[in-house]
Write a protein of this length. Structure first.
Length: 271
């Protein structure tokens, strides 16, 4: 049995909205719903545990109950840190769970291909993470702003989720982290400190974490392009000429792309 844990108790301060960013609307659906639907379309996973703020448990449960097409789920109270939310979710696991995936609720653009690759590697080796190769040069910088070194970019990967583990491995990693008072930035870090090997599977560049308003615009652009492509294919298959509907959709995609470009240019001017 494969269970997916979704830590979704964050306030989203960098999003600047003062509420749980996973509940924000993305092209007509809450981000959390889009993320769960992405996993519901994968037959390699069986059920979900969603960790949200204690005051949001009832609200989110009602919202998900009304969402058709979801795999079986439970909603539990999360914690003040991501790690504590995952720990609470681990305590709610079914005894039948053999593989556990952890996925950021704010990564709604994950593909079935990435999910299946992480599940397969977790079954094979016990610990797997999705990641993409670093595109930018990375510097190690001291606290006083002085460059200390430049790591070899060929060895650097930007880590994403899902991250998948044998249930016993992840539970033990969390037990030791709690015992030692260790707070990691991802689940793999907790497994690594046990001396175990974590394997990387190549993820997808579109599997971004929605952290800032600009990330939302980017996700809207991706979804708009997908919708436009699907609409064109549908119209093409039906043998119908492209009409005003597709032109309007194309305009919306262009507007979203322009917003992203304008923001990038402003950021560049500030440098």
């Amino acid at each position: 049995m494969v269970t997916v844990i979704f830590p979704a108790a964050g306030v989203g301060r960098r999003m600047g909205v003062g509420k749980n960013k996973a509940l924000l609307n993305l092209c007509g659906k809450p981000i959390l719903v889009r993320t769960l639907l992405a996993f519901s379309g994968c037959d390699k996973v069986d059920d979900f545990i969603v960790a949200v703020g204690a005051e949001e448990v009832d609200e989110v449960s009602r919202m998900l109950d009304k969402t058709p097409g979801l795999k079986p789920f439970r909603v539990v109270a999360g914690g003040s840190e991501r790690q504590y939310s995952v720990q609470n979710a681990l305590a709610a696991l079914s005894p039948d769970a053999e593989i556990v995936l952890v996925h950021d609720a704010a990564r709604p653009l994950v593909t079935t291909k990435t999910i299946e690759a992480v599940v397969a590697e977790a079954w094979r080796s016990g610990a797997a993470i999705a990641a993409v190769r670093a595109k930018n040069t990375i510097k190690i910088v001291r606290g006083d702003g002085v460059v200390e070194s430049t790591p070899d970019r060929a060895k650097l990967w930007e880590v994403q989720t899902p991250q998948g583990f044998r249930c016993d491995i992840l539970k033990e990693a969390y037990r030791r982290a709690e015992q030692d008072g260790y707070l990691g930035t991802d689940d793999a870090a907790l497994v690594e400190r046990m001396g175990l090997t974590v394997h990387v599977v190549e993820g997808d560049e579109r599997n971004i974490k929605l952290t800032t308003p600009e990330d939302l615009w980017t996700a809207e652009m991706f979804l708009g392009r997908d919708a436009l492509g699907a609409a064109k294919e549908s119209v093409k298959n039906a043998g119908i000429e492209f009409g005003e509907m597709l032109d309007e959709l194309a305009d919306k995609v262009s507007d979203a792309a322009a917003k992203v470009k304008a923001y990038a240019e402003k950021q560049e001017e500030k440098k």
